[in-house]
Design a protein around this ligand. Structure first.
Ligand SMILES: Cc1ncc(COP(=O)(O)O)c(C=O)c1O
Length: 387
C-alpha cells in the first residue's frame, strides 16, 4: 500500500466533474454572458426551492454571505456576536469586519463538536446582537433550542451552514431557521464550484438589501442594463463586489441535481466508517449513528486519545499516503490570541488538539475506504477490533 514516503495516495476530498457539468459551463461560455446574469438567477431559484425557503442570494463566497448577514442584521461597533471557536476563521472574521466583538462559546464536547446552547445563553449580554452557530461537519447544532433563545432575547440567528447544504433538523433544511443561512461552495464543500456562496432568508426586505450590498449598492445590475430593463443606476449605500458569476452558477445548478444522491452516498460511507472504526481502541468518532441521516456528512472527524493525534497523522501520511487535516480552534490562532489573551474553552481546545478528518467523497469505493480503515488501525497501533 506504500507509495513514495508522504505521497498522497488517498486524498481527503476528490471532486468529480461529470460531462453534464462541463456542458453546462461550456454553454454559458458559448452564450457570451460571463458575469452575474440568468444562470445566477436560475441557481438562486433552484437552491431556494431545494432549501424550502423564499429567497436565496448567490454571492462570491461563504465569507461574503456571513459578512452581508451581519450587516443586514445591524451588527456594528460596540455589538457582540456569539460564535463557536471550533469553526473555520471566516465565521469569526465576519463579525470583526463589522467592527463588532466576537464572543466565543464552547462546544458540547468530543462527542458533539457543535456550540453548546447552554454556553450560548450564558454568553448573552445587553450588547449581544446576534448568534452565529455553525453546523459543524454538516451535523445540526441544537438549532430549535438556539432559535427559541434568539427569539426570546431578540437576537438575530445567522446560521453558518457552510458545511451543511441539504442537512436537516426535524425534517427542515438547515439554513432556514433564523434571520439568514450562509452557505459556502468552496472546492471541498458538498456542493462546490471553486469559489462561491449563498445567503438564504425568508425575509424579502433582507433579501433585497443583500442583493444591493453584493453589487456595490447599485440599484441596477449590468444584466438589467444589458436587457434594457434599466438604462442608468444609482448607488444607495456603500456595498461590495460580492457577486457570483454565471459559469459558476451553471456549474452549481448542474451539481445541485446530484446533491441529494451524493449526500446519501456520503451517509452510507460514514455509517460504514462508524461500523469499521467503532471498535478501535484509542480512537472515537463524534456524534452517533442516529445523527447521520440528518447530516450532510461533509467530513468525517476522528478523535485520537492520549495526545497521540500528530503521531497518528504522521504515520497515516508517511506509511500509508492517507491525507488528513486538522482544525485549529479560532481563539488559539495568533490573531485571536492577541485579542483575547487568557481565554479558555476547554472542550474546543481538547478537540482542536485531538481531532483530524479522514478521506470522504461520494465516489469513494469501499476498497479505498477499507484501505483508510486499515491504515488508521495500523497507525493507531491497534489491530484488535472488538466487533
Ligand atoms: C464553517 C465555515 N464557515 C465559513 C466558511 C467560509 O466559506 P468560503 O471559503 O466560501 O468563504 C467556511 C469555509 O471554507 C467554513 O468551513
Amino acid at each position: 500500500m506504500a507509495g513514495a514516503q508522504g505521497e498522497t495516495r488517498i486524498p481527503l476530498f476528490d471532486i468529480r466533474i461529470e460531462d453534464e457539468d462541463t456542458e453546462a459551463v461550456a454553454e454559458v461560455l458559448r452564450s457570451g454572458w460571463l458575469s452575474m446574469g440568468p444562470r445566477t438567477e436560475a441557481f438562486e431559484r433552484e437552491f431556494a426551492e431545494h432549501l424550502g425557503i423564499e429567497h436565496v442570494v448567490a454571492v462570491s463566497s461563504g465569507t461574503a454571505a456571513l459578512h452581508l448577514s451581519c450587516i443586514a442584521a445591524g451588527v456594528g461597533e460596540g455589538d457582540e456576536v456569539i460564535v463557536p471557536s471550533q469553526t473555520f476563521v471566516a465565521t469569526v472574521n465576519a463579525v470583526l469586519y463589522c467592527g463588532a466583538t466576537p464572543v466565543f462559546a464552547d462546544i458540547v464536547g468530543p462527542d458533539d463538536l457543535n456550540i453548546d446552547p447552554v454556553g450560548v445563553e450564558a454568553a448573552i449580554t445587553e450588547r449581544t446582537k446576534a448568534v452565529i452557530p455553525v453546523h459543524y461537519a454538516g451535523y445540526p447544532v441544537a438549532i430549535e433550542e438556539i432559535a427559541q433563545l434568539c427569539e426570546e432575547r431578540g437576537l438575530a440567528l445567522i446560521e453558518d451552514a457552510a458545511h451543511a447544504p441539504s442537512a436537516t433538523s426535524g425534517g427542515r433544511k438547515l439554513g432556514t431557521f433564523g434571520f439568514s443561512g450562509c452557505f459556502s461552495f468552496f472546492s471541498n464543500k458538498v456542493l462546490c464550484c471553486g469559489e462561491g456562496g449563498a445567503l438564504s432568508t425568508s425575509d424579502p426586505v433582507v433579501a433585497e438589501r443583500v442583493r444591493l450590498l453584493r453589487s456595490q449598492g447599485m440599484t441596477a445590475t449590468t444584466i438589467d442594463r444589458h436587457r434594457g430593463v434599466a438604462t442608468e443606476y444609482d448607488v444607495v449605500e456603500a456595498g461590495f463586489n460580492y457577486r457570483l458569476d454565471d459559469p459558476r452558477a451553471a456549474l452549481l445548478s448542474s451539481r445541485l441535481r446530484r446533491l441529494d444522491a451524493e449526500i446519501e452516498r456520503r451517509r452510507e460511507l460514514v455509517m460504514r466508517y462508524r461500523e469499521l472504526l467503532g471498535g478501535v481502541d484509542g480512537l472515537s468518532l463524534p456524534w452517533t449513528d442516529a445523527d447521520v441521516p440528518g447530516s450532510s456528512c461533509y467530513m468525517t472527524a476522528v478523535i485520537i486519545e492520549d495526545g497521540r493525534r500528530d503521531e497518528v497523522r504522521r504515520a497515516l501520511r508517511d506509511r500509508h499516503g492517507v491525507q488528513t487535516t486538522v482544525y485549529p480552534a479560532v481563539h488559539e490562532l495568533e490573531s485571536y490570541r492577541r485579542r483575547l489573551p487568557g481565554l479558555s474553552l476547554p472542550n474546543s481546545e481538547l478537540v482542536a488538539a485531538s481531532m483530524f478528518s479522514i478521506p470522504l467523497f461520494p465516489h469513494m469505493s469501499e476498497e479505498t475506504q477499507d484501505q483508510v480503515v486499515a491504515a488508521l488501525r495500523d497507525s493507531v497501533g491497534n489491530s484488535t477490533v472488538a466487533r
